[in-house]
Design a protein. Structure first.
Length: 272
């Protein structure tokens, strides 16, 4: 039940058809006994959205496409990891001061917690805010980055910041790659039949990680499973980054295997 004491949190982006952050957060709040609710707020103007956060005293804001980078200059301070990544997905409001964080990094590390990355060839598809978080983490873990993206300029920017090499999909074979990571929206609902990777590039000895979580099993994940590869759905990252957002807001340790399992079960049951 929403009362005058209920804390309003929001997720901002444009459009917001794909986001399931309110579903995740609201179920999590109920499990943790937090008197809070998250609602979607969409506007094409990031300046107006940031002003709304200040005026309405929103404590926690989740940031999604296309504002992970454009929101940064409008904030009062930015966490060091988010600054190095060059993107934020979380804004915490403390006494009117807005600080940007990147919990995508936490989510990516959680999703790949059982994957060896050092000295492995990692194919990264995409060059947006999420791809920056992936590249930052892969570099720190000692992986060898291979970039493929349709926008050469953005790809060169990632290479300049995080190292690695730029290639083209038709110049890579399955034997060249140990890990494939999709950091694009390809395969996201409602275009769930699309895949960013040709089937011929996927082998049984690879790990395939798709950041897309809606649907839980994308076309890429289904192909990976069919070929015997280790498949990691974006649901793991999605849950972990969302729980980390709540931790930043409440300043409490929240994430546990039990909570993650509960949230995962709920999301899969709802067929998001």
């Amino acid at each position: 039940m929403i009362t005058k004491q209920t804390q309003l949190n929001i997720v901002i982006g444009h459009p917001l058809l794909h986001t399931k952050s309110p579903f995740l957060h609201n179920f999590m709040y109920s499990q943790l006994g937090l008197n809070a609710v998250m609602l979607p707020v969409s506007n094409v103007n990031i300046g107006k959205l940031i002003s709304a956060i200040r005026i309405m005293s929103i404590n926690l804001t989740a940031v999604t496409m296309p504002f992970k980078e454009s929101a940064m200059p409008l904030l009062d301070s930015i966490d060091s990891n988010a600054l190095k990544i060059g993107a934020v997905n979380t804004i915490i409001n403390r006494n009117g001061k807005l600080t940007g964080y990147n919990t995508d990094l936490f989510g990516i590390e959680y999703a790949l917690r059982h994957t060896t990355l050092r000295n492995k060839n990692v194919l990264l598809i995409g060059a947006g805010g999420a791809a920056s978080a992936v590249a930052y983490m892969i570099k720190n873990k000692g992986g060898r980055l291979i970039y493929v993206n349709r926008t050469p300029g953005r790809t060169k920017n990632l290479q300049k910041r995080f190292g690695g090499k730029i290639s083209q999909m038709n110049k890579i074979s399955a034997e060249d790659v140990d890990v494939i990571i999709n950091a694009t929206p390809l395969g996201m609902y409602p275009n769930f039949k699309n895949s960013p990777v040709p089937d011929t590039l996927i082998g049984k000895n690879q790990t395939i990680f798709d950041l897309v979580y809606n649907p839980v099993k994308t076309s890429l994940i289904k192909t990976a499973e069919k070929k015997g590869a280790t498949a990691i759905s974006g649901i793991d990252m999605f849950i972990a980054q969302g729980v980390r957002q709540a931790e930043l807001w409440t300043r409490k340790k929240i994430i546990t295997p039990k909570l993650v399992g509960l949230l995962k079960k709920k999301i899969i049951k709802e067929k998001l």
